[in-house]
Design a protein around this ligand. Structure first.
Ligand SMILES: C[S@@+](CC[C@H](N)C(=O)[O-])C[C@H]1O[C@@H](n2cnc3c(N)ncnc32)[C@H](O)[C@@H]1O
Length: 194
């Protein structure tokens, strides 16, 4: 799903954080293409966690903006992709192909699965790709504090969907954080945890 330039940009950015200790987490996995690429890059000995409903996106709300609602209503568009619905087996196969030994797929809505999930170690790389406001803020609320100092939070949809950028602003503002919203040379949005 991710354009090739953005895909490579994600790998280049991820590589800069390979020495940070901790797990690799992606929220919003679809068929697992991006996280499997990350796993191939970072190696088989890291711990990978893949969170997704595996039922597609929840309904967009007004806060997600006109474009998000228009996209979700246009079910005949070739970009609709069955509302980003994918069977778990795709991501599982992609992760096996990456060579990763330690990976878990956690099925469920972020609001249910994330608050109760307990990790054995901090998170080094957190990739958020859940598109909408609620999805993004649910991830930040549950996982931001679990990211290791010097670790990275990559926000796939920051420049794409209004709800995603608003969720990031609202979360940082609500918590009174001064973290900088950065952009890599390839145009990828990220935050370094301080
Ligand atoms: C754009 S796709 C992810 C693309 C993927 N990272 C890739 O490498 O191709 C968005 C994914 O987020 C998931 N998603 C969005 N909001 C969610 C939520 N609140 N709870 C669980 N899954 C969610 C959807 O099921 C979908 O698989």
């Amino acid at each position: 799903m991710i354009p090739i330039e953005t895909y490579i940009g994600n790998l280049i950015l991820t590589e800069q954080f390979k020495n940070i200790h901790g797990s690799i987490v992606e929220c919003g996995v679809w068929r697992g293409g991006m996280i499997a690429g990350v796993a191939e890059l970072l190696g088989k000995d890291r711990n990978y966690f893949l969170f997704d409903s595996f039922e597609g996106l929840p309904p967009a709300k007004e806060i997600d903006g006109y474009a998000a609602n228009a996209w979700q209503n246009d079910k005949n568009s070739p970009l609709y992709l069955d509302n980003c619905k994918a069977e778990m087996s795709f991501a599982e196969k992609a992760m096996k192909m990456s060579g990763a030994k330690n990976f878990k797929l956690i099925k469920g809505w972020f609001s249910d699965s994330l608050p109760k999930y307990s990790f054995d170690e901090k998170i080094a790389i957190l990739r958020l790709d859940g598109d909408w406001y609620d999805s993004t803020i649910d991830c930040l609320t549950s996982l931001y504090d679990k990211v290791n100092k010097g670790g990275v939070i990559i926000i796939d949809d920051y420049y794409v969907w209004d709800g995603c950028s608003k969720a990031v602003h609202d979360y940082l503002s609500k918590k009174g954080l001064t973290a900088k919203i950065r952009q890599s040379a390839d145009g990828i949005c990220y935050i370094i945890k301080d």
